[in-house]
Structures are given as structure tokens and as C-alpha cells.
Write a protein that binds this ligand. Structure first.
Ligand SMILES: [Fe+2]
Ligand SMILES: [Fe+2]
Length: 203
């Protein structure tokens, strides 16, 4: 993982005592390393973890509760070492910019929550394996949704997506993790895993 460039901790929030702590927002959270410690002191991340109400596909409500589910699942799956830290970093950041999306504009390109999350993460990591996973984490679901109408289009889009991903194993593991929470349809994950099966074997 890359440099840990701290943002100005006083930006955009009031005095220290009014600031939520990561543990209040992500039940059970304990930083696993210095990177996580710095990340979870960032007011922009904390604001993002506090964002959200229970809704379709997200019965858990706030982003922080979803992240807590993912962190628990990472350990339940028995992930250890670097892979565990990578999945934790991606989990903490991937949905945390949903509240920054301009909902009156198209939710694409730089305005997509996943791209916003990538831009945020760039201040903390320079590993493209992590950044690409954050940026593209919802792409398989979007392609799967369209694939039911136009299969050929889906294959091209999947190919274009996987070209951008330096570590498909990490990517698929995270997509599976993100899709493992209550209220999510497992079908897109199974579909993308089988569509990309040949490619993962090659890398
Ligand atoms: Fe997402
Ligand atoms: Fe998510």
C-alpha cells in the first residue's frame, strides 16, 4: 500500500468532541494498522460512513453498518495477512462517497460513487490493484443487469472491464464479499465469476 497522506483533520467538521468515531459508525471496528488508523480519522470518510438509511438492497442502513458486515465476513472467511488488509481497506472506502454523489446529475464517470471512492482512496494508496477494485466494484452488477437484454454487449463490456483490473482474483473476492450481505441477489456474482473464470486462471 502507498503513502498515507493525511487530509486536514479540521476540514468541514466542528470541534473534536462532536466528531463521530469510526467505532460508533462501524460496529466492532478496530484499526488493523496505521493506514486504517489514519483513514478512519479522516472526517470525509467518517461522514461517508455515517451516510444512508435502510433501503432496497441495503437493509443494514448506513454505510458504516454495511462495512461492519464486510469486515466480519472477511474474518469469517478466514482471510489473513495482506489479503485481509487489502479487503479491509477496499471495504472501508468503496461505498463511503455515496453521500458525495450529485444526485441531480447522471451517476456516471467522476460522479459515480465508486469513482468518487477511488479518488478519495488515491490519497491513501497508490496500488492500482486496490484502486481499480474500488472504482469498478459495482460494474459487474451493472453489466449483468444489461446482459439480460444484450449478451454480446455484455461480453464486450466485461472484457473492457477486466482489461482495467490488474488483480482479478482480488477483484472477484471483493465483489463476492460485497454481494454476500443480506438483501443482495447472489446471481450477478455467480454470473461474473463464471464469465471471468477463464481469465482468472490465466493471471
Ligand atoms: Fe457500491
Ligand atoms: Fe458495498
Amino acid at each position: 500500500m502507498g503513502p498515507d497522506q493525511r487530509r486536514d483533520p479540521s476540514a468541514g467538521v466542528g470541534p473534536d468532541q462532536h466528531r463521530p468515531r469510526a467505532l460508533d459508525l462501524v460496529p466492532g471496528f478496530e484499526p488493523a494498522n496505521e493506514l486504517e488508523r489514519g483513514l478512519t480519522r479522516d472526517p470525509v470518510l467518517l461522514e461517508g460512513l455515517a451516510w444512508g438509511e435502510p433501503r432496497r438492497g441495503h437493509p443494514e442502513g448506513a454505510v458504516g453498518a454495511h462495512v461492519s458486515d464486510l469486515l466480519n465476513t472477511i474474518d469469517a472467511w478466514g482471510e489473513t495477512g495482506e489479503r485481509r488488509l487489502e479487503l479491509r481497506f477496499i471495504s472501508l472506502v468503496h461505498d463511503a462517497m455515496k453521500g458525495k454523489v450529485e444526485y441531480r446529475l447522471p451517476r456516471t464517470g467522476e460522479n459515480h460513487h465508486a469513482m468518487r471512492a477511488r479518488r478519495f482512496a488515491e490519497a491513501y494508496a497508490d496500488d492500482e490493484r486496490l484502486l481499480a477494485t474500488i472504482e469498478l466494484h459495482d460494474r459487474p452488477y451493472a453489466i449483468w443487469r444489461r446482459s439480460r437484454k444484450r449478451t454480446r454487449d455484455a461480453n464486450e463490456r466485461l472484457a473492457a472491464m477486466s482489461e482495467r483490473i490488474p488483480d482479478l482474483d482480488l477483484f472477484l473476492r471483493f465483489v463476492e464479499l460485497d454481494g454476500s450481505t443480506e438483501g443482495k441477489n447472489p446471481e450477478p456474482v455467480e454470473w461474473v465469476r463464471s464469465e471471468l473464470a477463464d481469465r482468472t486462471g490465466e493471471r
